[in-house]
Design a protein around this ligand. Structure first.
Ligand SMILES: NC(=O)c1ccc[n+]([C@@H]2O[C@H](COP(=O)([O-])OP(=O)(O)OC[C@H]3O[C@@H](n4cnc5c(N)ncnc54)[C@H](OP(=O)(O)O)[C@@H]3O)[C@@H](O)[C@H]2O)c1
Length: 213
């Protein structure tokens, strides 16, 4: 599969590396400066299994686009890619902002980041996913033999199995959370991970799992 990963930071780097190495997908990182040492060392580590260019070049190459940009840069990054009609977008961002009580969600009750992304990417099928665990848990989603859970929320049910499969290839227990509106819940769920990790002292090396009877 041809994947564009917009933003090659902690999340983009972890996801691109995992998809290239574990599943053999062709990865194209869309970044502001493809020649930066950070991007070049990521490409070297992947030994020719990935390439880098502008976000627009990455989007033109791929059928599936993963957003892993800081929230304040996300709208501009999407708009810089031109028409995304017909593309599948996996939105791993969280609409974080500093507030009076510290880091929190900028929006959430009446609209989510995922729904905003859908508004900016007209004609694309947007799925909220890969936002509710740390980047280390994206690289290695299996903890002591237990798969961590990763929800997928999006309105295009026809293409959702493909997205669930792609998320599952990383090693997650990928679970359909319903329509894109459920991104409001998934972004709050991400905030719980951040709170437990950074405020409550759990650190980063853990994840949520879903148990069934
Ligand atoms: N860190 C986590 O554990 C985690 C977990 C779940 C979700 N998230 C979410 O994932 C997103 C990325 O987080 P991160 O920790 O990976 O951040 P990060 O390490 O700072 O990486 C962000 C990347 O986005 C790039 N970027 C910034 N503006 C851009 C633009 N206009 N076009 C293309 N690329 C651009 C940056 O490139 P430059 O080098 O050019 O600045 C950088 O490579 C955030 O929305 C975050 O909330 C993070």
């Amino acid at each position: 599969m041809k994947l564009a990963i917009i933003g090659a930071g902690k999340v983009g780097g972890a996801l691109g590396t995992a998809w290239a190495r574990k599943a053999g997908h062709e990865v194209f990182f869309g970044v502001r400066d493809p020649t930066s040492e950070k991007t070049q060392s990521l490409l070297r580590a992947l030994g020719g299994k990935a390439r880098a260019g502008s976000p627009a070049e990455a989007a033109a190459f791929a059928d599936i686009i993963v957003l892993s940009t800081p929230w304040p840069a996300t709208e501009a990054a999407i708009r810089s890619m031109g028409s995304l009609k017909g593309k599948i977008i996996l939105d791993a961002t969280n609409p974080l902002a500093m507030g009076p009580d510290g880091l929190g969600l900028e929006i959430g009750h009446s609209i989510s980041g995922g729904e905003k992304v859908q508004g900016w990417a007209a004609g694309a099928s947007v799925y909220k996913t890969l936002n509710t665990t740390g980047f280390g848990g994206m690289a290695e989603p299996i903890f002591n033999g237990v798969k961590s859970v990763m929800f997928v929320a999006g309105d295009d049910d026809a293409r959702k199995p493909k997205v669930i499969d792609l998320v599952g290839q990383l090693g997650f227990d990928a679970v359909d959370a319903g329509p894109l509106r459920a991104a409001r819940l998934l972004e709050a769920h991400a905030m719980l991970w951040i709170h437990l990790a950074l405020v409550r002292g759990l650190g980063r090396d853990w994840a949520f799992a879903l148990v069934r009877r």
